[in-house]
Design a protein around this ligand. Structure first.
Ligand SMILES: Cc1cc2nc3c(=O)[nH]c(=O)nc-3n(C[C@H](O)[C@H](O)[C@H](O)COP(=O)(O)OP(=O)(O)OC[C@H]3O[C@@H](n4cnc5c(N)ncnc54)[C@H](O)[C@@H]3O)c2cc1C
Length: 581
């Protein structure tokens, strides 16, 4: 039998770090976790005298931001105004937006677009002007785009600017595990992370979580595989207040074809005139809402869900059709080259046949509670982008407001004041005490542990999709909560969990195991997915009404008494004060 060892040893200043990458960089002024639009833009806006570490668990080119298709909203047309943008956002948010924050977003939008253009983002133009399209629930054409790969254009530009900066150190393939809090003050003083098969501790005067959404907790999602809700889980475990986690936006039109991933067919396609039709070619969404295909996303998703319930199709593959043929062919070619290409890859010619589509989890409105300066309830910890709950989206996000939120709030990091002077508890050898020796695990135990983690990773999203998907009810939620608790207990007793969860601060570990990096990532993402599943399910059970992205079959109407946020800290759920806006 082969023994596989996790060796463990105390941390000294940068001892374990591959010196080529992290030499002398165990301490930063600011550590930004996540390199999507929020993390990249924040890193660029931070004052350039600060030493910034930018970590991402993949490489810089992979994020949900990179996958964004439709565009980014800003009231820049002559017939538009930030006030109209505010009204549309509040309307979509179904009573839970924070008006002051929405006003800030809409007012800053044109400024941020200008800054993106200055940085080199090549949005599409109509003659010399920036081209604008219409998306669902917007009262004006205000969505800027770069064909149907807007996110790629934005991310490529921001990445190029980041790589030019001397004060930003990019650390790819590094997975944040936990916050590192000062035990006396409760202040965030850094994180620990997996990097190249090791656990390391990085200290920073400020930590910014910009880890994106958690779509992977649902079996059907448009999100990339990295969207495992890490930031929310990490912050919640450390005691940060998280908010409105039950609100998930289900996008109505994800490609639904056996073997294909749930590729998003952008809202913009319906904005340009595509029809949602049933088997017989009938535009059935008008049966559910007078705006038909252009009703808010939750309404269209539920319309499709309800329609499919009336058919006998297998729920896993059931779909309706999105017909692009009402759009002139030239327009399709010009606006949606990526959609044409991906559909072609799956054998669909969008010029001659409709696309099979069904809803999928798309955007998480809830997140870590933050204020206008991105501060969380933990001193020294900031949150940004989809992982934050700024108050902009309320119970439902207006299309194309999320990339905008990333840049508007990323820009706020320019105002960050970090404490000067030397850091408390400088890292010196004398701080460390030795932790017990190696932990030994047989190869067969290691393999059966991996098998268990893989099983949870497969079953959990199916359960959450079934019980906390488009339509929810108490009984199903309770069953799912009980199951998730069982999985959490099983997970906690796995040898790897026992070992890692007991690792004291400032102690490092190195894993000389087959496939270590991949397995450690699976372990940490599964842990986070279990936590966010628990949080979403419990929050969905807590809110006994329907509103925005949260629909309860047993409480199908909005309830004025629930015009309030769901607040969670550790295992305590509470309602905020009543909101008026
Ligand atoms: C298919 C698709 C299309 C979309 N289209 C639009 C659109 O047209 N307009 C719009 O406004 N919005 C759109 N959205 C939503 C929008 O893209 C996201 O809300 C937004 O990009 C989120 O940005 P972010 O920076 O917060 O997170 P992301 O872009 O998801 O980036 C997260 C980053 O965090 C890193 N990370 C995560 N966990 C860890 C960890 N533990 N340790 C280290 N790093 C970590 C990841 O590697 C990544 O770098 C779309 C989303 C999808 C999925």
């Amino acid at each position: 039998m082969m023994n596989l060892a996790f060796s463990i040893f105390p941390l000294s200043p940068c001892p374990l770090v591959p010196l080529s990458q992290l030499n002398n960089l165990c301490q930063f002024d600011v550590l930004v976790v996540g390199a999507g639009a929020a993390g990249l833009y924040a890193a660029l806006c931070l004052p350039d005298h600060l030493r910034v570490g930018l970590i991402t668990k993949d490489n810089l080119s992979l994020s949900a931001s990179d996958w964004a298709q439709g565009g980014i909203a800003a009231a820049i047309a002559p017939d538009d105004s930030p006030l109209l943008h505010v009204e549309d956002t509040l309307q979509a948010g179904a009573g839970l937006c924070d008006r002051e924050v929405v006003e800030f977003l809409a007012k800053q939008a044109p400024v941020c677009i200008h800054s993106l253009v200055e940085m080199g983002v090549a949005f599409d133009r109509h003659n010399k002007d920036l081209a604008l399209t219409l998306e669902a629930a917007h009262s004006r054409r205000r969505v800027l785009h770069a064909a149907d790969t807007t996110g790629r254009q934005v991310i490529a530009t921001l990445t190029a600017r980041v790589l030019e900066r001397q004060n930003i150190q990019v650390i790819p393939q590094a997975i944040a595990l936990n916050l590192w809090l000062d035990p006396e003050t409760g202040r965030c003083q850094g994180i620990n992370l997996f990097h190249q098969g090791q656990v390391l501790w990085l200290r920073a005067k400020a930590v910014v979580l910009a880890t994106g959404g958690g779509g992977q907790v649902f079996a059907q999602t448009t999100n990339p595989s990295l969207s495992t809700g890490d930031g929310v889980a990490i912050a919640w475990r450390a005691g940060a207040i998280v908010r409105d986690l039950e609100f998930v936006q289900f996008h109505p039109t994800a490609l639904t074809k056996p073997g294909a991933y749930r590729f998003l067919i952008s809202e913009a396609v319906r904005g340009e005139g595509a029809h949602l039709i049933d088997e017989r070619g009938r535009r059935f969404t008008f049966d559910y809402h007078p705006a038909g295909e252009l009703a808010p996303r939750d309404v269209v998703s539920r319309a499709i869900f309800s329609y499919l319930q009336t058919t006998s199709a297998d729920p896993a593959t059931a779909h309706v059709w999105l017909d692009l043929r009402p759009i002139p062919a030239d327009k399709i070619r010009q606006r949606f080259p990526n959609i044409i290409q991906v559909c072609q890859h799956w054998g669909i010619d969008v010029f001659h046949q409709p696309i099979p589509v069904a809803p999928a989890a798309h955007y998480w409105m809830g997140g870590i509670l933050t204020d206008l300066m991105n501060r969380t309830s933990i001193p020294g910890l900031y949150a940004l982008g989809e992982t934050a709950s700024t108050g902009v989206h309320g119970a439902n996000r207006l299309a194309s407001n999320s990339l905008l939120e990333c840049v508007v709030f990323g820009a706020q990091m320019a105002n960050l004041l970090v404490e000067g002077g030397s850091m408390k508890d400088e890292l010196t050898e004398s701080n460390f005490s030795l932790y017990p020796l190696s932990f030994i695990l047989s190869e067969s135990d290691w393999l059966s542990q991996q098998e268990k983690i893989k099983l949870i990773r497969e079953d959990l999203p199916r359960l959450v999709w079934q019980c906390a998907g488009i339509c929810r009810e108490q009984k199903g939620l309770e069953v799912a909560i009980a199951q998730v608790k069982i999985w959490q207990q099983e997970f906690a007793t796995l040898p790897l969990s026992q070992y890692l969860l007991k690792l004291p601060p400032l102690h490092s570990a190195s894993f000389d195991l087959p496939d270590a990096e991949q397995q450690l990532r699976l372990w940490s993402e599964t842990r986070n997915l279990l936590d966010i599943a628990y949080l979403i399910l419990k929050s969905a059970a807590f809110r006994t009404e329907s509103r925005g992205g949260h629909y309860r079959l047993d409480y199908p109407q909005p309830d004025i008494n629930w015009q309030a946020h769901t607040l969670v800290q550790y295992d305590n759920w509470s309602k905020s004060e009543f909101l008026t806006n």
